[in-house]
Design a protein around this ligand. Sequence first.
Ligand SMILES: Nc1ncnc2c1ncn2[C@@H]1O[C@H](COP(=O)(O)OP(=O)(O)OP(=O)(O)O)[C@@H](O)[C@H]1O
Length: 228
Amino acid sequence: MIEMKDVYMTYQNGVVALNGISVTINQGEFVYIVGHSGAGKSTFTKLMFREELPMKGTIVVNNKDVTQLKWKDVPYFRRNIGVVYQDFRLLPRLTVYENIAFALEVIEESPKNIRKRVMTVLDQVGLKNKARFIPDELSGGEQQRVAIARAIVNRPSLLIADEPTGNLDPDTSWEIMHILEEINASGTTVVMATHSKEIVNTVRKRVIAMEDGMIVRDEHRGEYGYEI
Ligand SMILES: Nc1ncnc2c1ncn2[C@@H]1O[C@H](COP(=O)(O)OP(=O)(O)OP(=O)(O)O)[C@@H](O)[C@H]1O
């Protein structure tokens, strides 16, 4: 569960990114975050995995008060959260397999478990046959699928996707969307910031709309609601 109360966040240059956010997201929900560029969507998601800290307010994620976490405890806290970005962020010199295994090696899983987990998630995203490829040898959609596999290999309870289809064509975007829905169906909370009116209005989920760092709309089975 994610619970934010009266959260304010100003960047060092003085830009007010979040201006009094209070919201609860329950375990297992699928939530779209929508809003114009600069509305505060990315900042909102960054607070959930302690990428940024608020100036004011409380943020509880998986029963942990994120604002009170000691720096040394942040990596352990993040094991339970997967993050996917618009630009994939894979390590270019590592193979698909190695990119995913890396996430488990840093937490010192046994080699046997690593192999099993990596092959399971590669199967889940339909890329078992590309395990030995490097990112440059893959299409954008395939790279995003690797990024998703990497994000879920630890079986996180929360998956944050910041414009995961932003660099992809419509057909590929739908493939990614279906994978995210399957992950959600297995119980993982999915928080997805998106500019895709088509996806939001077709695959109806909870919609949190932001403007000027505030939540201006929060609807179950909501609509995109902006002209783009
Ligand atoms: N690292 C940063 N330093 C200073 N200002 C920032 C930083 N990151 C974001 N901002 C500013 O904070 C505000 C909110 O940005 P944010 O990235 O959260 O918006 P967004 O809704 O995700 O936008 P987009 O849809 O373009 O990704 C914007 O005015 C932005 O310029």
